[in-house]
Design a protein around this ligand. Structure first.
Ligand SMILES: [Zn+2]
Length: 278
């Protein structure tokens, strides 16, 4: 019996050691994080509707639209696909000055080099250019994927942008929990539902700059993040509060820098494009 216990203990120790390996092994890949412009940043918005407890009557905040590129060795993740880019026949008030494809070209990257396109959630200002990456594997929360593929999609979802994947033409991996994107613990899509059913945020562990937590729309601006605010248009108040609790505890324990994607005041937490944080 005693010998068995020692063996079991050794096996447990070995398995814990194995479980800890990916985090330790992350030094292998060269990782960097670049912010991409995903929409006009001139909007000063009345944010009253971002609080279901009327916390911000008449408050106006400079909102922005940001997307991100994560380089991991020779693989790339584009995080969120922003507002639709201008086309020869159509420019929306929120169209970015240059498309994601044009910005990637400045980094000498083609859409075919993008391994994954990760989408925080199905709203139009996060999915506008997803179709520019047909060869990428689509990573999206299962709750949002289910909404996009529903026979009668809700108005807030944008299935037309995902036609390539919905039709079976592209590879999609719907996520019901967290997703360790590159398998070494360095880049993790975090399951943070509430804004939408399958909403995700992103953790990127940079070697020099440290851990970065990118919000998705878990919060849209600092005042709502600090006060655990819930927008009137979220799909679940309870899930939003639980997700904020998780995200904040992660940020504290990992000593992470939090970047709120829509808050223009968070922009300079990363170097200006085309520079990246490593
Ligand atoms: Zn948004």
């Amino acid at each position: 019996m005693k010998r068995m216990d020692i063996r079991a203990g050794a096996a447990l120790f070995a398995s814990l050691g194995m479980a800890a390996m990916p985090a330790a092994a992350q030094s292998a890949a060269d990782i960097s994080l670049t912010r991409l412009d995903c929409g006009k940043t001139t909007t000063v918005a009345d944010v009253s509707r971002f609080s279901d407890v009327a916390a911000f009557p008449g408050l106006k905040i400079q909102l922005t639209f940001s997307c991100y590129l994560v380089k991991h060795g020779n693989d790339y993740l584009v995080w969120d696909a922003g507002n639709p880019a201008a086309t020869p026949d159509k420019t929306l008030p929120t169209s970015p000055a240059s498309s994601l494809v044009e910005q990637l070209a400045q980094l000498k990257l083609t859409p075919a080099q993008i391994t994954y396109v990760g989408i925080s959630h199905y709203h139009g200002d996060h999915v506008g250019q997803v179709a520019s990456f047909p060869q990428a594997t689509l990573l999206i929360g299962k709750g949002d994927w289910d909404a996009l593929t529903d026979a009668k999609p809700i108005a807030a979802a944008n299935p037309a942008n995902f036609a390539h994947w919905i039709s079976g033409g592209g590879k999609v991996e719907p996520q019901s929990g967290d997703k360790d994107v590159f398998g070494d613990g360095s880049v993790i899509m975090l399951n943070t539902p509430g804004h939408t059913p399958g909403h995700h945020s992103l953790l990127v562990k940079l070697k020099e700059t440290g851990n970065m937590l990118i919000s998705g729309d878990l919060a849209h601006f600092r005042e709502n993040y600090d006060g655990n605010g819930v927008p009137t248009f979220n799909t679940s108040r309870a899930e939003t509060l639980a997700s904020l609790d998780r995200f904040k505890k992660l940020a504290a324990n990992l000593k992470a820098t939090v970047i709120i994607q829509h808050d223009a005041r968070d922009i300079d937490k990363l170097p200006a494009f085309p520079a990246s944080a490593k």
